[in-house]
Structures are given as C-alpha cells and as structure tokens.
Design a protein around this ligand. Structure first.
Ligand SMILES: [Zn+2]
Length: 298
C-alpha cells in the first residue's frame, strides 16, 4: 500500500454559503498512527478503509477553514506551522513548505489580513502555526488577529493531564496571551457575521466546533469531533480522544442535525476530500457524501 506517500498536493476547496465564502485550505498533511486514529476499531477493519504504511501510519490532511464575510476574514485552526522539530519531521513526515501561510498566499492573503483566528483546540496539529519565531522571540503569526479559544481548553493546555502532555506545546499559544491577542470564550460564542463557536468537548474538554450560517444555509466545521469521513460512523472514536463517550454523544447529535437539515460539513483531516454532507446509508447509518469543488453550497 502506498499509505506512506506524501507530498502529492491536495487542493483548496472554495464554496459559497449565502454571501459568505468558505475555503477548506490545504495546509499540508502528515502521517499518523492508524491505531491512535481508530481507537477500539480493529485494524483488520480499518485497514480495509485507508492505506497504511509499514509503520502503521495513515495519511491525514491538515485543513484549516477560511471564512470570508465581506468585512472580516476568519481562519479556523492554523495547522502545524513550520516550527517543526527533527522529531516532528521523523514522526509525522511533514513537508515544511506546505503550511497555512503558503495556503493563504494561494488565496492572495497574508497573515496580516486575518482578523480572527479560531483555535478549535490547542493540540499542535491545530495550533502550532499560531506563533512564529522573530527577533524578539516567539510572537503571534497573525499580527492583527484576535485569537479565540475556549476557556476550559486554555486551562487544560496550560496544565495538561499526563496523557495530553505531548500534544500541548506552550510555545504555540502562550505568546498569543503575552501579546494581548487572546479572547477566551465560554460554551457558546457568537463572532458576528453568521459565525459562531460551540463547545462540544469530547476530543478535549474545551474542544470547539464552528458553525457558519447565511441565507438560510448552515455549514459546520466539527474539527476533531469528526476528523475524517470514517469517523462519521458513530462508534469510530479515535484512541486519542480524551472523553470517548462524550464524542459519541455529541457526534450523534451533530450528525443527526446535519443529515436532517442538509448542512454542509467541512472536515479537517480527510485526505480524500473534506467537503460534503451527511446522509444515511441503506442500513440507516450515517455516511459522508462528497460534494465537488468550487460549488455553490447555497
Ligand atoms: Zn487534529
């Protein structure tokens, strides 16, 4: 199997929702332990779904969401950035030049154009791109942005449990607070212009999902609550989820709403495509149905 092949570029996928422009950005990909991704699902099952390399790794996309609402440009998650350690490169096989900044360049945007950065949670694959090296040390990579983080997530990231320790790196987020660019939010927070965040918990206690609404249409970015199309199956819960039963409960609710109301669903880690809708298969189970690129979701 060619599960270890990395480097072949994905594409950014842009769509409109009412008057809002949404883009699933290609900010690179990584290789990640398949067992950690599929949890209690036996390998004999999941290896028939995704290619796996000789070190048991599968490919994950790193796909932040860009939201352009006329006056305001919001970036949801910022990927792994480019401050990779040698160990990161060995474990995850990043291609350093594929990151959120080069993705924004393709959109004719610079980091200075971003008004709001939402971090769904502070794990390095979502938040490491939030800061960058400068002559004054680490500084926020988006100099004009307010950074939105859930208050519980912030607390847990500063004082992680031993199991979450490696996933949280203070250099990714503490400089944001030091620069005075951090806004902590509660369980529900309206960012204006049809964009809001909702705490789902599950993957981490303070994990956020982003909801975008315009013209009677809804799009969601469930982030690591539903990281890939395979995780649309309710019992498919990642081994790295902190509260697996909460993931199941929240996922069931979100998927039922998405299926019933025809929501656009934009995933964060699926190399085979991150944009689709939720349908029910012939056995009544939830399934992910791809939508083509450059579509008008409205
Ligand atoms: Zn992730």
């Amino acid at each position: 199997m060619s599960g270890g092949t990395i480097g072949e570029s994905m594409t950014d996928v842009t769509m409109t929702l009412g008057g809002i422009r949404l883009t699933s950005l290609d900010a690179g990909e990584c290789l990640y332990d398949g067992g950690a991704m599929f949890g209690a699902v036996p390998k004999v099952i999941w290896e028939s779904l995704v290619p796996v390399d000789d070190q048991n790794r599968i490919r994950l996309s790193i796909s932040p969401l860009l939201i352009e609402t006329g006056d305001r440009t919001t970036l949801v998650d910022v990927g792994f950035g480019s401050r990779h350690t040698k160990k990161d490169l060995r474990i995850f096989a990043f291609v350093p030049e594929r990151n959120v900044e080069t993705a924004l360049q393709r959109m004719d945007l610079t980091p200075g154009d971003i008004d709001t950065v939402v971090l769904t949670h502070l794990h390095a694959d979502h938040a490491a791109g939030a800061t960058e090296d400068s002559d004054e040390g680490l500084v926020p990579a988006f100099p004009n942005a307010r950074y939105i983080v859930n208050e519980r997530e912030w607390k847990d990231a500063l004082d992680p449990d031993p199991r979450s320790f490696a996933a949280y790196r203070r250099d990714d987020f503490v400089p944001v607070e030091e620069a005075g660019q951090l806004d902590l939010v509660g369980d529900r927070h309206d960012l204006g212009d049809g964009v809001s965040v909702v705490r789902t918990g599950g993957h981490t206690a303070g994990h956020l999902m982003v909801v975008v609404e315009d013209g009677g249409r809804t799009a969601i970015y469930p982030a690591d609550l539903i990281p890939s199309r395979h995780h649309v199956r309710v019992p498919y819960v990642a081994g790295v989820d902190t509260f697996p039963l909460e993931v199941i409960e929240q996922k069931q609710k979100v998927l039922a709403d998405a299926a019933e109301n025809g929501w656009l669903v934009i995933l964060d880690h699926d190399v085979d495509g991150n944009v689709g809708r939720i349908v029910r298969d012939e056995r009544g189970r939830f399934a992910f149905e791809d939508l083509d690129a450059d579509l008008d979701a409205g």
